[in-house]
Design a protein around this ligand. Sequence first.
Ligand code: ADP
Length: 676
Amino acid sequence: MKFFKKPEDDQQESIIGELRQKITSAHMPQPVDKIAGQELDMIARISPSSAEYTIGITYIDYLVSLPWNKKTEDVLDLARAERILNENHYGLGTVKERVLEHLAVKVLVMSKRARILIVDDEEIARKNLAHVLTKEEYDVVTAGDGEAALKELDVSEFDVVLTDLRMGKIDGMDLLDRVRMRYPETRVVMVTGFATVPSAIEAMQKGAFHYIAKPFKLDEVREVIKRALDSKTVRANTKGSVLCFAGPPGTGKTSLGRSIARALGRKFTRVALGGMKDEADIRGHRRTYVGAKPGRVLEEIRRVESANPVIMLDELDKIGRDFKGDPASALLEVLDPEQNCAFVDHYLDAPFDLSSVMFILTANVLDTVPAPLRDRMEVITFPGYTQEEKAHIASRFLCPKQIREKGLSTNLVAFTDDAVAKIIQEYTREAGIRNLERKIAAVCRKIAKASVESHGEGQHVRITPEAVEQYLGKRKYHFDVIEEQDRIGVATGLVRTETGGDIIFVEAAKMKGTKELIITGSLGDVMRESAQAALSYIRSNAGEFGIADDFFEHHDIHIHVPSGAIQKDGPSAGITILVALASLLTRRPARRDIAMTGEITLTGRVLPVGGIREKVLAARRAKVRTIIVPARNRDDVEELTGELVNDIEIRLVDTAMDVVKAVLISNADFGMRNAE
Ligand code: ADP
């Protein structure tokens, strides 16, 4: 009987052959290369119609398509980096400074001449190695045996120790142990003869960086040393310093990240963490799972075809609440330099070195970020823009950009300063500039349409405040709280929200009842407790407030904070609630043009709160000119400069009584104020 080769077999052979070729040219690290080879051998034996065959082919295709050794060369030029950051961003002084400091450290670490200790009892080998490495501009020291090497190590630290494995009394293995113990950051590379390869592998298991078999090729030596140094500098540099940009939306976090990548000459990509529900989104699915996929981090690395991009992990604070697994530990595997040099994606099932990726996290608020993650990050706060900064950014960046994007010409179309100011004040209410950009885009769109309809291309258009109203409709926000009347039982507070700072009005009402405290308006637990504390303080000092002893026996009190759709929480509304209650119960109106923030204790002390800058910005937007802030926030107040503190009065208070005195007006004054 004679066997004939079927055409499918040929086809299969050619697929397998092609994959084998791809594996060879992918230059994957040795363990991965081995895994790929084994997988290929396995699928070469099975039928192409089986599910395993397809899974196997897809897997190998994936492996070889990853940029194992492909990196962009870093541009480490601080002056250039600064120029790029300034080119695209107005203001953000401290933020840029912190970013440049971060890069400066990187430059320093990278530009330091590396020190290498060569240990070999064979003089020729020693001299050869020293010759090659000195030519590569490393500082090289040599030692003829283990004892001499230890002496050198006693005196100073080396970046790499390149040691023969088999030597006299103290051999390479002993040296490895000593170095690991004393200088954990130092990389040890073993040089070994053919016979001792198994011991070299054992050495790697014990923490050696790599081994080179004798007789060695000089290129291999150069390459291994370079890799050892790369891994060391990247580690030293990133330790504890994953950058985290924290701040409200539209404050330039993403665009600054992009500029950092451009400054470094790296690829840039984003991964949205917001709403992620499954660990597999980060770590990938196991291959046995139907429709298995790698995680997003590796996917992005593959997409940008570089092993050292800048990856922005967006919305750290918005990871889905019903996340399957522990998001913090999955992220730590990605971010922690101790772990990420051998990150194992479940799909890949082999380690991929993420240590040269620059990760930047972003978050609106940090309160919900797990502590282990927060400890690893260097947080840079994006505080939100003042009115003046917004106006600058709009005229310098947003308007020209939108005019061009809508097919118009910046030579012909221009926004007046008044028009920009009107959009900022009357059509947006935000710490960042995202809506501002949208509104400017909307105006530009309408102008583009009008220009096409009237065949008026080539005509000059000046966008005035009137034009803004024509295009965007009536103003959306009325902020002028001063126009409103002072009222009994209503106080103006400042809170921090995810979108920056905001102004709130706390209302209090009383009614016949049985001592009940009703609280409404989407308030969180902490804010409810503040309300209880404020009421208890007033009750325990009823005499001083002139409230009848039995008043509370027969009354219910209701506290409400309107605009219920916004979730509000935190202790900082404490003194605002107190003022609303005090106003209600003493029948003295509260000044509406004074906004306040501060936590209150049962004994009437006022405790410090966060987000002072954001709150001052919110107060300014609302045209409030007097702000009450806890005295213990004095440092934050002193940090405010320039436009932020111009013609604004910030009063520091220590006690509840200070606040009440400052805000409640006597009924005699009341008539006069509202008659003004
Ligand atoms: P975030 O990531 O903080 O939500 P983005 O980076 O997306 O904000 O910024 C929104 C828009 O505002 C982008 O078009 C960005 O270029 C622009 N922008 C933000 N801050 C500045 C700034 N300081 N100077 C110039 N443009 C800015």
